[in-house]
Structures are given as C-alpha cells and as structure tokens.
Ligand binder design. Structure first.
Ligand code: GLN
Length: 408
C-alpha cells in the first residue's frame, strides 16, 4: 500500500527500538534514556490528588494556568528571566511535541536549519517532517567543541533556525557562555530563530553551568526554549513539556499544537506545577546522584575496553568502540545485547547518514536496521539514569567483554 512520501526518509527511532530488543533478550537497558528509579513522592501524590479532584477534562489547550504560572516562576527564580504565562508559553505532550510543533510552526519547506552533529535522533525526522534542509556543524571530540568559522559558514540567507541542545544528548557537552554568545551573534546577524532544547538543564557535573540561550542579550525575542518535566523529575512517561518563545512565535506554535494533540494530560499538568515548586535541595540531590551514577559506570566501561567521553551534563556516556574490532556500531550493539545482555544505542543514530544512502529501512521484527555508514560507526551511547544496583549489574556483565575470546 502507498504511504506518504514524507514518511519515507526516516525510520522508527533506533533509541526506542533498542528498548524493545533489550526486552526481548532480557538485557539491562542502558539504551533509552529513562530512569528505573522512583519519582518524587510529593509529585506523585499531586497527580493522584488531581485525579481524585476530577481534574479529568481538557486543560486549556496551551496549558493549565497553574502550570504556566509555575513555569514562569521557575525561570524567574533560576535565571531571572521574565516570561509572560499568557502569551509566551505552550504546554505540550513532552518536549518531543514541543520540538516538532515548533518546527512545523516556524519553518517553511526548503528553509535551512542548522543542527550540531552528533545530534539527538529526533531532530532528523523533525527536519524531514517540516521540510527543512538540515545543515550540520560538527562537534569535535574529545571535548565536542565546534569550529566558530564552520558555524559561521553554515549560516546563509536561507537559514531559518538553529537547533541547540545543551546540556547535550548524546555527548554530555555543556555549551559555554562564550559559545552561546557566538551562536547568538550569528542568529542576530542573519535574523535566525534559535530553538534550544534544554531538557537536561539541572543535570550538570563538575561545576558546569547551564546558560539558557534566551537569557543572553537580544535573544529572548528570537529564541524558542524547549523543556519538560521528564528528565528533571524522572517522569518520562507523563509527557508534559513546553515551548517558551516571544508572543508572535508562540501564537504559531499554539496553533500547530492545538491541532496536533489539543493538550497534555490535565491531572499531570497539575502535578507538574507542584514539581516546579520543589526546593533547591531537590535539584542539588538530582545532580549529585547523577554524578555518582556517572562515576560508577565509567570505570566499568573503561575496564571493558570502551574509550569514554566524560559527560559534563545530561545522563549519557558516548564511547568509542574501535578497540573491539567490530565492523560497525549496530553489529556491536546487537552482539552486546545477545552475548552479555547489555543494551546501548549505536552511535550512528546520532549522525547523518552518508550522503545518498538515506536511512536504512526498519526490519519487520522491529530491530534497528544496519547502519549504512556515517561518523558514528565506531561509537556507542550508554545511558546511566539507572539505580546503582542496575549499573553494578551491568558492570558485572560488561566485565565479560574483557575476558579472552569475547572480542573478535
Ligand atoms: N531522550 C531519550 C534518549 O535519548 C529518549 C527520549 C525518547 O525516547 N522519547 O534516550
């Protein structure tokens, strides 16, 4: 049967497919980034109470007032940013919807959108669905810095937007104030909108500082800030996120959002408002616990033979697998699941496919297809948003890799 051409250029998410493959093989899932530990009980109680109070009907399409007010209060408190809850906030079904609604609202087919590579997998299909032509700027290992001249050269009269993700998935890079200032200067020079995904804003290590791009001089009027409660409050399945932007952009985003989903779950919006009011100690504990998890997993990965790029934020470790002698990341990831029972994400999911190759078709079994090429073929991403026990169990399994005979 015929399906729409717009769906042909991308496959299902490799990240989410890895979760299914992990479950089939009873592997420890260090692939998809969701916590396996409990969420804050006050936040859970707020959700239960909202259902009991019969907050069961649609919220206002762009978000319950209580939540919009709580979002604005949080940004004012954390960064001194002034956001108008009536005209500059759209509550969405997770940041995934915030991003696609923003792209559909702001980008015309043929417009160019700058994306740093490696990039979070969703941005590829987001570009295809909105008809954007992506232009990639390389983040260079080991510190994932970019060449300012390369960035400058990516801006053209056709550039409509640039997507920034800081703290960054998959690299763990935290963009510095200087780097963001350079981005800001170019956005202003070329009249470009910045779309910034800041979902890991509170997950920072080793003293790293998060700078919201919209807080830089002259950027509030040309930035859409995307975020959600998923990662900060460990509730990825609740699907409550938001897009913040100047009124003119927000009114376009709200229109797209309204007809895509109408709105995020009303009782969970009530609980999200409660979450945003948690005290500073919550965020301090969150970051410290993640740093402990990071520091627990890295030595095991190194002992097993992975070269680790130590993240400064977010909850992933990008690794280099070249010592293992596998032809590509997808074969290696499959072997890791089948031979030792640990799932991770093939690095190629975070890079554009080699020119002219397109993305591989999904297999009917739901397994990710073989990577046809691209820069990520010797990389693998591990998520460490897991209980220490889970990470210890994974470490035991990873040790088997360093035993003779485990390598090719
Ligand atoms: N952000 C998570 C990851 O990179 C997953 C998000 C999702 O699957 N929606 O693994």
């Amino acid at each position: 049967m015929k399906t729409a051409r717009r769906t042909h250029g991308f496959t299902e998410s490799v990240i989410r497919a890895m979760t299914r493959v992990a479950a089939q093989h009873d592997a420890i899932n260090l692939a998809q980034g969701f916590p396996d530990f409990a969420a804050n009980s006050q936040v859970k109680e707020a959700a239960i109470a909202a259902v009991r109070r019969d907050v069961n009907q649609y919220a206002i399409t762009w978000g319950a007032k209580k939540l919009r007010d709580a979002i604005c209060a949080r940004y004012r408190f954390a960064y001194g940013m002034e956001i108008d809850p009536e005209r500059e906030v759209t509550v969405t079904c997770g940041s995934t919807e915030a991003m696609i609604a923003t792209m559909l609202a702001l980008v015309d087919p043929g417009d160019e959108v700058i994306v740093f590579e490696p990039f979070y997998e969703n941005y590829g299909p987001d570009a295809i669905l909105s008809g954007a032509v992506p232009r990639f700027v390389t983040l260079r290992e080991p510190d994932w810095s970019f060449d300012p001249d390369e960035l400058e050269a990516a801006f053209t009269p056709k550039t409509r937007a640039i997507i920034i993700n800081t703290p960054n998935n998959p690299t763990g890079k935290v963009f510095s104030r200087d780097e963001l200032t350079h981005v800001a200067r170019l956005c202003q020079k070329w009249g470009v909108i910045a779309v910034t995904d800041e979902i890991y804003e509170y997950i920072l290590y080793d003293g790293a500082e998060h700078v919201p791009l919209a807080s830089l001089d002259g950027m509030a009027e040309r930035t859409v800030t995307i975020n959600s409660i998923s990662k900060t409050y460990s509730v990825t399945g609740w699907r409550v996120g938001w897009a913040l932007g100047p009124a003119e952009l927000t009114s376009a985003i709200r229109k797209v959002h309204d007809f895509l989903t109408v709105g995020a779950a009303a009782p969970l919006q009530e609980a999200a408002a409660e979450a945003l009011g948690l005290p500073d100690s919550y965020y301090e504990t969150l970051a410290r616990d993640y740093q402990n998890r990071r520091d627990a997993l890295i030595p095991s990965l190194r002992a097993a033979g992975f070269r680790c790029f130590v993240p400064r934020g977010a909850y992933y470790i990008m690794t280099d697998i070249s010592t293992f002698g596998f032809p590509d990341d997808v074969a290696f990831a499959r072997n890791l699941i089948e031979a030792i029972g640990v799932a991770a994400v093939p690095g190629s999911s975070f890079y554009q496919r080699s020119r002219g190759e397109g993305r591989p078709p999904a297999r009917s079994s739901g397994e990710p297809g073989r990577s046809p090429g691209g820069e990520g073929r010797q990389k693998l991403r591990f998520a460490f948003c897991k209980k220490i026990e889970t990470l210890d169990a994974a470490a035991q399994r990873l040790l088997r890799l360093s035993k003779p005979g485990a390598r090719r």
